[in-house]
Ligand binder design. Structure first.
Ligand SMILES: CC(=O)N[C@H]1[C@@H](OP(=O)(O)OP(=O)(O)OC[C@H]2O[C@@H](n3ccc(=O)[nH]c3=O)[C@H](O)[C@@H]2O)O[C@H](CO)[C@@H](O)[C@@H]1O[C@H](C)C(=O)N[C@@H](C)C(=O)N[C@H](CCC(=O)O)C(=O)O
Ligand SMILES: Nc1ncnc2c1ncn2[C@@H]1O[C@H](COP(=O)(O)OP(=O)(O)OP(=O)(O)O)[C@@H](O)[C@H]1O
Ligand SMILES: N[C@H](CCC[C@H](N)C(=O)O)C(=O)O
Ligand SMILES: [Mg+2]
Length: 488
């Protein structure tokens, strides 16, 4: 419950019709969720224009309508507010509605194509082990200190973000780490939040179905750093060719990290094994449980962020060795006869290349690398041939399969993938539509010492087809196969 006048603080209205000194129970941007005394914010969406549902929201009890296009007729007893951008208005209103929780808690946003979940989750773990109460908004889950909520998005809508931040204030949370996706930035879900810091991990091919061009995708990411306040820090990976670009117009305190280039925070890799990596920072050596050069970038971002937030270097390095890898990120299980199966959320060409290069790097003999891979439906189609090419180039055998076909024909997705296979790699590949069968076949093909990579779904525990999600868990499947084969 809040007075509309307070909710509208800092919202620039072009036109107002009706009373603003009224009490509003809730903010909704989906007419189906409107109820008595709610404010309905009409958003022009990707699929449909929310303005079409204004009357529906009013019929369900909305007493305030925030819109870009003023309706021809106004209903008695309803307050209409016209703004230039309802997404920005919603974000500011959501912050006001919950008394600006992001200004009361250091909020760190992590953005980049890959590594957001890993960095944010490792920061959560690190600060928890340092004795703080911590919040996390991530693809995998939302944590209000130790209370877990289901994540629906990588970056939820602004009302949801602020409602979680509000819960975090109530729980006495000291720091909050959140993922900031490009969809989130573009749809202004993070507008109106006060960030204490922003982290840039890397930029590579993804979401070009949504952003049209790579430059547009890059500019959306940059916008996040451009809008950070002077008091915040921006931490960028400058080994990535877009790292310095992200810093270019930011007013925030600029800090850099790298493994190759001279930077404010630089980590050296000393030794790599399947069980972990030995790294050094300013001469101090630490053994960490994470694998892969890409993960050392993530760890460097974590060390730097923790230091920027005031933790002592020695404390950070001590805790670092106890951090566990994130669920579905290079998570592995070894069968009784010595086959290693790795489940990884690689769903971009760059992630897949990194993971396969890591596997090829740590394998010690002539063991085979067998990859199971699919590409999501209703997502960037141009990733498909690229990912198929990478998988077949860097593996001894590949089984292409389904990964959340959503509304697309799974066979067509597989054909899009197959178009990327180079002639010399064709014989290594096989397509099995059913993911369960694909995993089973990969297990049957494997011999002691071989490494199976099951890529694309990571922590996901469903397969989505035409809006219906059925339970599916790569790790569970591979463990079942290992057990069944053991008894044969
Ligand atoms: C493509 C996309 O990003 N869509 C997001 C967007 O919905 P939209 O613009 O498509 O909405 P729409 O269907 O056009 O409807 C427009 C408006 O009309 C309203 N409406 C609609 C119907 C009705 O009867 N009444 C009504 O009021 C809707 O609530 C909406 O406000 O805004 C919604 C509210 O914030 C999001 O839930 C929705 O995420 C969809 C479900 C989604 O799948 N998004 C993915 C692609 C996404 O955002 N992913 C990123 C990360 C990706 C990654 O991890 O790499 C994320 O941050 O999760
Ligand atoms: N720093 C990195 N650079 C390149 N690839 C990475 C990096 N970190 C993780 N990956 C790869 O990307 C996959 C996804 O990692 P993570 O979930 O941390 O990324 P994300 O940015 O949160 O992804 P999403 O956009 O789906 O939220 C991992 O399973 C791994 O294969
Ligand atoms: N969260 C990301 C990655 C999904 C990975 C893959 N499993 C898929 O379904 O495409 C997305 O929604 O684009
Ligand atoms: Mg994520």
């Amino acid at each position: 419950m809040k007075n509309l006048k307070d909710i509208l603080y800092k919202v620039s209205a072009n036109k107002i019709f009706g009373e603003t000194n009224i009490v509003v129970k809730n903010l909704v941007f989906d007419s189906r969720k409107a109820a008595c005394n709610t404010a309905f914010i009409a958003l022009k969406g990707v699929a449909i224009d929310g303005h079409l549902f204004i009357d529906k929201a009013i019929n369900l009890g909305a007493i305030v309508v925030v819109c870009e296009d003023f309706p021809k007729e106004q209903k008695e007893g309803v307050t209409y507010i016209q703004v230039s951008d309802t997404k920005i208005a919603l974000a500011i209103m959501a912050s006001n509605f919950y008394d600006n929780p992001s200004s009361k808690i250091p909020l760190i946003g992590v953005t980049g194509t890959n590594g957001k979940t890993t960095v944010a989750s490792l920061l959560y773990q690190l600060f928890k082990k340092a004795g703080y109460k911590v919040g996390l908004l991530s693809t995998v889950k939302v944590l209000v200190d130790e209370t877990e909520f289901k994540a629906t998005h990588t970056t939820p809508d602004s009302v949801t973000i602020n409602s979680y931040l509000d819960k975090m204030i109530d729980a006495g949370v000291d720091f909050c780490f959140m993922e900031v996706s490009s969809h989130g930035i573009h749809q202004k879900r993070t507008e109106g939040l006060t960030f204490a810091g922003g982290v840039f991990t890397n930029l590579s091919h993804d979401h070009l179905d949504y952003h049209d061009t790579f430059a547009a995708y890059r500019n959306v990411k940059k916008h996040f750093f451009d809008t950070l306040p002077k008091s915040a820090f921006v931490l960028a990976n400058i080994d990535d060719k877009n790292g310095r670009f992200m810093l270019q117009n930011s007013k925030a305190i600029k800090k850099t990290y790298a493994l190759k280039t001279a930077a404010d925070y630089k980590v050296k890799i000393l030794e790599k094994q399947l069980s972990g990596t030995l790294i050094a920072l300013d001469g101090t050596e630490v053994w960490i449980k994470l694998i892969g050069v890409f993960n050392i970038y993530n760890v460097t971002a974590v060390i730097a962020t923790a230091e920027l937030l005031g933790l002592e270097k020695l404390e950070i390095l001590t805790i670092l060795s106890a951090l566990e890898s994130v669920s579905g990120r290079f998570e592995y299980v070894i069968s009784q006869d010595g086959v290693t199966a790795i489940v990884d959320y690689a769903h971009t060409p760059d992630a897949l290349k990194n993971v396969l290069e890591t596997i090829n790097d740590i394998k010690i003999g002539a063991e085979k690398v067998i990859t199971v891979l699919g590409c999501g439906g209703d997502r960037d189609k141009t990733k498909r041939p690229k990912m198929a090419h990478i998988a077949s180039q860097l593996s001894n055998q590949v089984i292409f399969t389904s990964d959340n076909p959503r509304t697309e024909n799974p066979q067509t997705i597989l054909e899009d993938m197959e178009a990327g296979i180079a002639l010399q790699n064709y014989k290594k590949t096989l397509t099995i539509l059913d993911r369960k069968q694909a995993i089973r076949t990969a297990c049957k093909f494997s011999e002691p010492g071989d490494i199976l990579l099951i890529a694309g779904k990571g922590h996901e525990n469903y397969q989505e087809t035409n809006g219906v999600r059925i339970h599916f868990d790569d790790l569970e499947e591979v463990k079942n196969c290992f057990n069944q084969l053991k008894n044969k």
